[in-house]
Every structure is written in C-alpha cells, then in structure tokens.
Design a protein around this ligand. Structure first.
Ligand code: ADP
Length: 478
C-alpha cells in the first residue's frame, strides 16, 4: 500500500489509534506510533513480522473469515490480542482492504482502538447492576437501554440479554408512552436521584403486553460513555393489593361506624321521650299511691322508679357519647384553668359532700373545643371525688406540663385506685369495676373521655395503685 509521500504516513502517527498495514500474506508493512504505544513493539521490530502471530490475535470466527469479510468490503469487530509484555488487550478493530487498479488484493489497513479499560469499567457497572436488589435498567440519553440486570429481564418477561439495545419506551405502558420521551429528555437536563410511583400508580409493560405495577427510582450514573440513567423498578403488586384492601376495609369501617353512630344517636335520642314518660308516671305513682297499696306494691314501685332513673342516666350518657362522634365543633383558644373552674362548679354538690381539696396548678391555653374540655375535666374530677378512699380526706391535683411537641395533662387523686391490669379496660364503654350499689355510674364516663382526647389526636391513660390513688394523664398537641 503506497501513500503519496512519507509526510502523509507521518500524519498517521498523530492518531491515538493503533494503525498498521499488512500485506495479502499477513506480513506487516507499516506500523504507526499508536501501534507501538499499544503493543510495545517499535516499527522496525514489527515491520516484516506476520501480524496474527506477533499479536497472538484471537479472531472470533477464525482469521480466514475476517479476511474474507474485509476483502468483501470491510470488517469491524472486537479482537483479543497480546502486547509485547504479555498484557491482554481488547480492541475494537476495523479492517479495510487495499485493492489495486487491477482488482488484486494488496493488503489491509487495520485500525485498532484499545477498549480494555472501557470494557473493564463496563464490567464493574454490570457487576454492580447484578448485585442491585431491584430489577434495574441503564438507559442512555437517546432512550436506548444499554444494560439491564437479570432481575429486570425476569420482571419484564424477556430472555436474558434481550433488553440492551431496545428503546426504553417499549417498557412504558401504551397510554403514557407518547409523553415519555419528553419526560426522559427533561430528566437528562437535570438528573437528580428521585423516586416515582409513591403517589401515582406507575406500571411497566412486560414482553407479553401485560402490565406490572412498579415504583421507579431514577439516578444518574457517570460512565466511560457519558451519563446514563439507572432506573430501578420495584414490583409493588403485593403492596398495591394490600393497600387497596386496606383502603376498602377502611372505607367499609368508616361506613359501618357512621351507621352505628347514627343508630346510637337516633336510638338514644328517640328513647328519651318514652323514657321520660315512664319515669314521670312512676314517680307520680309513688307520690300519689305510695303507702296506699301494700308493701310489695311499694317495693315494686321503688324498683320501677330506680330502673327508670338509671335508664335515663344511661341514655343521657350514651347520647353525649354519640354526639361527640357526630359533631364537628369549631376549635378555639381555650383557657384550661377557666375550663377546670367551670367543671368544678358543675361538681359543687359532690365536692361539698366529700369535703375534698383540689389543687390546680398552672394550666395553658390550648386550641380545642371548649365544651368537650369541660366534659373531659368534669368526668375525671367527678370520678376522683366519687372513688375517694374511705377514712382519708379526698385530695385531687390538676396540672399540665409541656413534653416534646405536646402538652401533658393530668388529674391525680388519692382515692381507692385500680389494679394495673384493669387500666385499659376501664376506658371501654360500660366497663365498671364496682357494683352500682357501691358507687353509682353508667360506665360511659371514661369512654367519653377517651373519645374526646383521641378526636384531637391525643392519648389518654391511667397510672394507678390500689389503695393509694389514680392519675389519669392525656396528651394534646401544642
Ligand atoms: P362510671 O364512673 O360511670 O362508673 P367511668 O367510665 O367514668 O364510669 O369509669 C369506669 C370505671 O373505672 C369506674 O366504674 C371505676 O371502677 C373506675 N374508675 C374511674 N375513675 C376512677 C378513679 N379516679 N379511681 C378509681 N377507679 C376509677
């Protein structure tokens, strides 16, 4: 192969690639500086040698096949060769045939680019990709999948190795494919790690056309070939099913709660009227006919009056309870000290009866529904007075302090106390630890308290020791 002049050959020394010429018999006739650099042989050592032997070249389908293809119009592919020091080099090789005017083959120009480092880097990325816990694809800025791990092939139903080279849009469901290229380009202009699919339902399209619900995390990855985007696809089929089931259950629960609420409200409201009638006439019966019938009749009348009054208390408390669930009262700034004063005033009679001392500490102003707070304190203070211990003066302490981002409130007494294991149970509706003859009540008071506290996002609990006293505490957001 003859070039116009030696100067032109010199220009080839400027190329970074290894360039050499071999004649039709495979003997090297030209060797540029790039070849000397890559393989370690100086031009005078290389020229005259048989190229395939000098470089220990391993041809993918044999040397003859490469030569034939090159002769027919050119060949390119990857070759593994050996440098002088025994180092293995991987090259991207391009062969062009030199055919003279008579159509005779004179030799080949072989241009080889060292891709050993690039391939090693690629393999590192591939290993990382395979180690990734999620199915992941690496996509370039033209939307072509450059790599994909085994998990990605599995999730998307492709044969191993089928994904690289495909357009990533193939994996996008039909309905959203049209807009995807724009989103992808947008991402490449400002590539930040981010997760999609937590709030919107995303899906990936499988090889068979079906869709699999996914959450997708995107992250830019710098590689030898420029920036790629790693898209990790997390299969959220099970999570979405569970979520949907939970949503359905929550909706069903809310519905049945609302129905129950309504039932309790209507029942307690509508029962008031006939009950009032029964109570009134029982009382009239007792007043007008007491002592005029025999003793047994008097006893029956007493039972009836007592039953009617008890039912009235129950129904009133039930109504209060169901009202708390129904009403959407407005929150306002409420001075808790004033609330406690009101609750204590409402309990005046009971307080006098038991000669109690009540210590009220510093109390804050909070955003709440005033009437509910009065109810809460009235129930807790009422219980503190009611469940006083015989033989010592009843003493009650009311206080509050800030704790983290919330207020902690308490009402503490020195009353009869409760066993530890009953601490939860007493907040249930109709749950009482004492006989009605011992301490009057309906067993609804603490259920009302819990409802009031939980409605405002707080918790209520009891610390108590039998014979020593009880402390009811609850939290409220500041
Ligand atoms: P009621 O007071 O109408 O019985 P509550 O729901 O207010 O209903 O209270 C439930 C039960 O919890 C009471 O019957 C009582 O056994 C127990 N209890 C409540 N407060 C106290 C207290 N301060 N000391 C001791 N026991 C209490």
């Amino acid at each position: 192969m003859a070039l116009p002049d030696a100067d032109a050959w010199r220009l080839l020394d400027l190329a970074a690639d290894a360039i050499f010429v071999r004649d039709a018999g495979g003997v090297i006739t030209y060797w540029n500086a790039g070849a000397a650099r890559l393989y370690g042989w100086a031009p005078e050592e290389a020229v005259g040698q048989v190229a395939g032997r000098l470089l220990g070249t391993r041809y993918p389908e044999g040397e003859a096949a490469v030569v034939a293809a090159a002769e027919a119009g050119g060949w390119d592919g990857e070759l593994v060769q050996l440098a002088r020091d025994g180092r293995r080099v991987l090259v991207e090789s391009r062969w062009v045939a030199d055919i003279d005017a008579d159509g005779l083959l004179r030799g080949f120009l072989e241009v080889n680019r060292d891709i050993t480092a690039r391939r090693a880097a690629e393999q590192r990325v591939r290993r990382l990709l395979e180690a990734a816990p999620d199915p992941t694809v690496l996509v370039d800025e033209h939307g072509i999948i450059r790599m994909a791990n085994r998990r990605a092939h599995g999730l998307l139903g492709y044969d191993p190795g089928a994904l690289p080279g495909m357009a990533v849009e193939t994996l996008v469901p039909d309905g959203v494919r049209a807009g995807h290229a724009k989103l992808r380009e947008g991402y490449f202009t400002d590539p930040q790690p981010r997760t999609m699919g937590a709030s919107v339902d995303l899906a990936a399209r499988r090889a068979d056309g079906t869709e699999v619900p996914v959450e997708i995390s995107l992250a830019p990855v710098e590689t030898e070939e420029g920036m790629l985007v790693a898209a990790a696809l997390r299969d959220v089929t099970v999570r979405r099913q569970v979520q949907r089931r939970l949503e359905d259950q929550a909706a069903a629960l809310a519905r049945s709660n609302a129905e129950l609420e309504r039932f309790a409200y209507v029942a307690s409201h509508d029962l008031q009227e006939p009950l009032r009638k029964v109570a009134t006439f029982c009382k009239l019966l007792k007043e007008d006919y007491g002592g005029r019938l025999d003793e047994t009749a008097d006893m029956y009348i007493d039972y009836a009056v007592d039953g009617a009054l008890r039912m009235r208390d129950l129904i009133n408390d039930l109504l209060t309870f169901s009202r708390i669930g129904r009403r959407e009262g407005a929150a306002e700034d409420v001075d808790v000290a004033a609330v406690v004063a009101t609750a204590l005033r409402n309990l005046d009679a009971l307080r006098e009866e038991c000669d109690a001392t009540v210590d009220v500490g510093d109390l804050p102003t909070v955003r709440a529904e005033r009437s509910l707070l009065v109810q809460l304190y009235q129930n807790l203070l009422g219980n503190a007075l009611k469940f006083r211990a015989p033989g010592r003066r009843c003493h009650v302490e009311v206080g509050a302090r800030r704790q983290g981002g919330e207020w902690l409130f308490w009402v503490a007494d020195n009353g009869i106390g409760i066993d530890d294991d009953k601490g939860e149970q007493i907040f249930e509706m109709f749950s009482r630890l004492h006989a009605r003859t011992e301490y009057p009540g309906t067993g609804i008071g603490l259920a009302i308290c819990r409802r009031i506290v939980e409605r405002s996002g707080g918790r209520i609990w009891l610390d108590s020791r039998p014979g020593v006293g009880s402390t009811f505490s609850w939290t409220m957001r500041t």
